[in-house]
Design a protein around this ligand. Structure first.
Ligand SMILES: [Zn+2]
Length: 430
């Protein structure tokens, strides 16, 4: 039997209507709100009903508060409707109307996208699910950063307000604890602060003070051992006088949060008698004067190099650098600067006593005693060799060589004996 095949005419498919809702935020104040709400409901109703393929599913609205905490019952209802898959499109006036907080907005838009709900922002002419939507999200992300900046600005503002009220915002200071807006003295720590100030005025240096504190088992406010720099920080801290200078540092920007020295970019605040002093103003000022005096003295000593008779004349045969004068327990010696700085591994040269240099010079120059003037006149430079020979380069071109003996524990040792000892020690270490 022949199969009859009927072609069934397909019913023209009724296009599925997209379920569209409006979301409005209306200004607060009853009169204005009602007016605004009525106007917006009208507006969305007209827009949705007059768009082919759209089905009007209502308008949700919330009152716009000026405060930061937002409760939006209308918005919550709208979200619930979306989660029940009863909405395809949300129309709203603008990004700022949809959510005040960009982070919330991003989260919401992403959730809605997963639910298949498109958000259309009229002002920006953007569909969250369109190709532009992704771009919009990235733009919104940059808005989010701007918002974080304004939050940071608020923080700065709050800190500045604290400063204006005479309160430090970061009080990790040895000797004090920040309690209810006031710095309170911690007696055991205050003792350490006084010890530092008194020792310094008694002539001790910062390194010596640090060593003494460490020997006593004292630690810094941050729980570290003491160093020159941490002692100096205590000595320079004006807070110990009971007064405050606030905002000496500030945070540069909201992303790196790097503290910067305030060189007048922001106002500084001086607060007198802000808290109980640990150090008297007189003692503090005396310490500051002493710090300046020692700094100047140090700079004078280092800025002006003393010239000795052999300065710039002695050349290290091993590395070619000049020799330096150095004080030792047995008197002055001259030592290769490389050896002095970096040790024997950098230069195997030998140090030579100043007395020996003077004797050899007198011998070469044929003077009864060491004669600085003749040395200056006749000797161009002097090579100091490893094997205890010294080569005098005389201005007329001659070179005179002299040898000397190391006078210490091995005063009577000959060159051969030393060589033998060296060989033995080499064998031992191999
Ligand atoms: Zn050298």
């Amino acid at each position: 039997m022949e199969k009859k095949i009927h072609l069934v005419a397909r019913q023209p498919q009724k296009p599925k209507l997209l379920r569209v809702v409006g979301y409005a935020r209306v200004s607060s104040g009853k009169e204005a709100m009602l007016h605004s709400l009525a106007a917006q409901v009208d507006y969305y109703q007209n827009l949705i009903c007059n768009t082919p393929g759209w089905q009007y599913c209502g308008v949700f609205s919330d009152e716009a508060f000026t405060g930061t905490k937002e409760e939006r019952p209308g918005f919550q209802k709208l979200l619930e409707k979306c989660r029940n898959h009863e909405v395809d499109i949300i129309i709203t006036k603008s990004i700022s109307r949809f959510a005040r907080n960009t982070v919330t907005l991003l989260e919401t838009v992403r959730e809605l996208k997963l639910l298949g709900v498109d958000v259309f922002f009229e002002k920006e002419n953007l569909h969250s699910t369109s190709g532009d939507g992704e771009l919009m999200l990235s733009i919104l992300a940059s808005f989010a950063q701007e918002e974080s900046k304004s939050v940071s600005d608020n923080m700065k503002w709050r800190i500045q307000t604290n400063f204006k009220e005479g309160m430090p915002w970061n009080a990790t200071l040895l000797g004090y604890r920040y309690d209810n807006g006031v710095l309170m003295v911690v007696p055991t720590e205050a003792e350490v602060v006084r010890f530092i100030f008194e020792s310094y005025l008694d002539g001790a240096g910062t390194q010596k003070i640090a060593n003494e504190l460490n020997a006593k088992g004292k630690i810094t406010r941050k729980g570290c051992t003491w160093h020159k720099s941490s002692v100096m920080k205590i000595l320079c801290n004006y807070t110990y006088t009971g007064n405050l200078i606030l905002q000496t540092t500030y945070l540069s920007d909201h992303i790196t949060k790097k503290p910067c020295k305030n060189n007048g970019e922001l106002p500084k605040y001086h607060v007198e008698d802000a808290h109980e002093p640990i150090i008297s103003m007189e003692q503090y000022l005396a310490v500051q004067a002493e710090i300046n005096r020692r700094t100047e003295q140090y700079q004078r000593c280092n800025g002006q190099k003393t010239i000795y008779p052999f300065t710039g004349k002695l050349v290290c045969e091993s590395c070619g650098k000049h020799y330096q004068r150095k004080k030792t327990a047995t008197g002055y010696v001259w030592i290769c600067s490389t050896f002095n700085r970096e040790g024997k591994s950098a230069c195997p040269s030998r140090q030579i006593p100043e007395k020996v240099l003077e004797q050899l010079s007198a011998d070469v120059l044929k003077t009864v005693e060491f004669d600085v003037e003749q040395l200056e006149k006749q000797i161009e430079y002097i090579d100091i060799c490893q094997d205890c020979t010294v080569k005098f380069h005389i201005c007329d071109g001659r070179v005179e060589t002299r040898t000397w003996q190391i006078r210490s524990r091995a005063e009577s040792w000959t060159h051969e004996m030393r060589e033998e000892a060296r060989r033995k020690s080499c064998r031992k270490s191999q």
